[in-house]
Design a protein around this ligand. Structure first.
Ligand code: ZN
Length: 302
């Protein structure tokens, strides 16, 4: 009897440790990629996000806890296109993980989507934080389709024993996502063409997809905060060409937006930007639902 129990314990232990060993460790740079890898990887992945919705993903500190997390990662899943250039290379260098640029486990989402806002001339002395173009690609739902496809391919190659599981999860996600896109496309029809003032280029993909017209940016250049003279220029510009809404994210400074709103009575909408950016945005589906609802509410009243 005693022997039997011991054998059972050993079997159970080795069974559970095999399961643990099969779980992929994913280091996502932003919450949207943690959410996407959980949609497709399901119970076979253990994902963390290096940043949360109230943190500016352009600038975080390479904390020791993040170095420890990236050291364990089988998959590093980020936006790329320079968004994490201020901290990801430093984490990689300190962690000495075998997963490095060029490896299968190093996945930069923007390499698989069209990239917009590529500057015609690059002049870093003017402080443009996005010389490679706009890295905030997740807010075009069509980009999510492209990234999900590549993610599924990589998961199967990194962890072949769960290939069919990932494929099933992927098919399920793609069906639901495509259905959602067709519902959202109908919902956004009524707000197309509205004029928007942005803070940073965080929402350009969303605005492009909806076909909203971004007529001004509160930042002087991407990464350069608003100045009094720049705000006055915008004020003058919108006197002749009024804007319908000012859009900011959770992590943008609000002063410029509030100053302009006070002068013009244009409403300010704080959009969630990513998972956790407001109470509703618990996953990618809810993130788009909430963003569209907020824009509709502000543009047409509740
Ligand atoms: Zn940016």
């Amino acid at each position: 009897m005693f022997k039997k129990i011991i054998t059972l314990i050993i079997i159970q232990f080795s069974f559970s440790s095999t399961l643990i060993a099969k779980e992929l460790n994913v280091f996502a740079c932003e919450p949207e990629w943690k959410s996407l890898v959980e949609e497709i990887g399901g119970e076979k992945v253990k994902a963390i996000s290096a940043t949360h919705a109230k943190q500016d993903p352009h600038h975080i500190r390479a904390r020791p806890s993040l170095i420890a997390k990236i050291r364990r990662a089988d998959l590093i899943f980020c936006s790329g296109a320079g968004l994490e250039v201020g901290w990801l290379p430093l984490l990689l260098q300190k962690a000495k993980n075998t997963v490095q640029p060029g490896k299968l486990g190093y996945f930069m989402a923007s390499e698989y989507t069209p990239v917009i806002d590529i500057p015609e001339t690059i002049d870093r002395s003017h402080g443009d934080v996005h010389p490679e173009g706009n890295p905030h690609i997740h807010l075009d739902p069509n980009n999510i389709l492209l990234v999900a496809k590549e993610l599924n391919r990589r998961l199967a190659l990194i962890n072949p024993s769960n290939k069919s599981y990932y494929q099933e999860q992927y098919n399920n996600f793609m069906n639901r996502w495509k259905k959602s896109i067709s519902i959202w496309s109908k919902e956004i029809a009524s707000i197309k063409g509205k004029k928007i003032i942005i803070h940073h280029k965080s929402f350009d993909y969303l605005l492009n997809w909806i076909e909203l017209d971004a007529i001004a940016s509160l930042e002087v250049k991407p990464g350069i905060p608003p100045t009094a003279s720049h705000l006055k220029d915008i004020l003058q510009k919108i006197n002749n060409n009024p804007a319908d809404i000012i859009v900011i994210s959770q992590y943008d400074p609000v002063d410029g937006a509030l100053w302009l709103a006070e002068k013009t009575l244009i409403p300010v909408a704080t959009l969630p930007y990513t998972i956790g950016g407001n109470e509703e945005s618990k996953n990618l589906f809810a993130l788009f639902d909430s963003s569209i609802n907020l824009l509709q509410d502000e543009l047409y009243g509740k």
